[in-house]
Design a protein around this ligand. Structure first.
Ligand SMILES: [Zn+2]
Length: 212
């Protein structure tokens, strides 16, 4: 099947692939489905309930919020790169969750009431600018190739169940040799390998150093 890269379907596949690849790369749990089959109010979506209530420590909650923010931003940024750098705008759902993450991290969050305030938040808010920079860094370090490869599969299949999406993305990540990805994997393995209290120092390094 040939991929027509001028279509809305391709743009949607790239956008959702951006979210999905970042979710798997950052070990965000609960990926249930990635779809380009439109529903009410969306062209495609990633089903991934963010469950912050289960985190016992503030540190874990903050790390989860930062990871989620990167994943939320990755959709539009993936699409933007696919369009040769021309601006791509996030969905209202992405924006509203991004403000939740910003709020959870203590940023002052504007009320998104109209297109202008949305655009200001997306392009100018300090939380979004640091998150954006980090997403670009990871894309350039190799994740963009993984996103494009996964988008091609998603374009063909239209919808991929969570476990299978994870398998496909993990395999693609394994093939990639981006140094930043390897560094992140090392850090996140270290973070997972012990209790939060024991690893608080190292985790802080990840939280404060690696992420916005
Ligand atoms: Zn999105």
């Amino acid at each position: 099947m040939r991929i027509d890269k001028r279509t809305t379907l391709w743009a949607t596949a790239v956008h959702e692939a951006g979210h999905a690849v970042f979710a798997v790369f950052l070990d965000i749990p609960n990926l249930r489905r990635v779809t380009t089959i439109p529903g009410e109010g969306y062209r495609g979506r990633v089903d991934l309930p963010l469950q912050f209530q289960f985190f016992c420590s503030e540190l874990e909650r903050r790390l989860a919020a930062k990871k989620a923010a990167l994943m939320l931003m990755a959709g539009a940024i993936a699409q933007e790169s696919a369009k040769g750098g021309r601006g791509a705008y996030p969905s209202d759902a992405d924006l509203s969750l991004l403000t939740d993450m910003a709020g959870a991290l203590g940023y002052e969050v504007p009320e998104l009431t109209d297109a202008l305030s949305n655009i200001r938040f997306w392009y100018q808010h300090p939380f979004c600018s640091v998150t954006r920079k980090r997403v670009y860094g990871l894309m350039n370090a190799g994740l963009q190739n993984v996103v494009m490869a996964f988008a091609e599969t998603l374009y063909r299949e239209r919808e991929i169940e969570g476990h299978r999406a994870m398998d496909i993305i993990k395999e693609l990540l394994g093939r990639d040799s981006g140094w930043e990805q390897k560094r992140w994997q090392r850090e996140s393995a270290r973070y997972r390998s012990g209790s939060v209290i024991n690893l608080a120092g190292e985790a802080l390094e990840v939280v404060e150093g690696e992420l916005p």
